[in-house]
Design a binder for this molecule. Sequence first.
Ligand code: PMT
Length: 221
Amino acid sequence: LTEPYLAGRSVLVTAGPTREYLDPVRFLSNRSSGKMGYALAAAAAEAGAEVTLISGPVTLEPPPGVQQVQVESAQQMCDATLTRTAATDIFIGCAAVADYRPTRPAAQKIKKGSQGLALELERTPDTLEQISKLADKPFMVGFAAETEHLETNARHKLNSKGLDMIAANWIKAGRGFEVDDNALTVLWHGGKVELPMAPKIYLARGLIKLIAEHYHAKDSA
Ligand code: PMT
């Protein structure tokens, strides 16, 4: 049984993919199923926290006791997060947020022509970077999904995004996106731990315990 490591604390989790529309029927997105983020929301609620889950479009039901906010685009995910960060003790960014969106989405369905079609893309807001600029920011945990140089790239994100902790996962067959099991390399300033391959809910419980330890150590410092 999980101990109430986070009783009386508020946790905000983002999960799932975002959708960036080209026209009213087509969008750019990714393979995130929301399983990892929903497992984290469930584990944080088991640990006694008041949990809000900001979710992109997925087919999962929110875990019991968790307040769910549904969004579609990276902009909506960023806005929904920023309006809630002041009331948040711990933020966990597990969503696979699009880094780019079409610069000029078409108001009507794009018609097929005889030529190819070039899409112009612009950057979306980075939710983690926006939160890390706030004077009164929560304890911040990011994720890193990598196809190469897992630890180097994750440590770079830990520093550049102003995070307290980052959970890095490999993107390869049977790992990371969509599947039920995963493994995480968790990094913080001056340390790391490997959470070996396990069902996402077990992994989430392990990560929530680790986050709670570091959060309480920082809070009482
Ligand atoms: O949903 P599942 O199918 O269970 O898969 C889980 C997962 C693979 C999606 C998850 O474990 C994971 O790795 N999530 C983060 C995926 C990702 O987008 O990583 P990234 O390296 O591109 O982004 C780094 C961090 O910045 C993430 O915390 C991300 O939420 C955040 N970010 C990224 C872009 C952006 N515009 N705003 C952000 O806040």
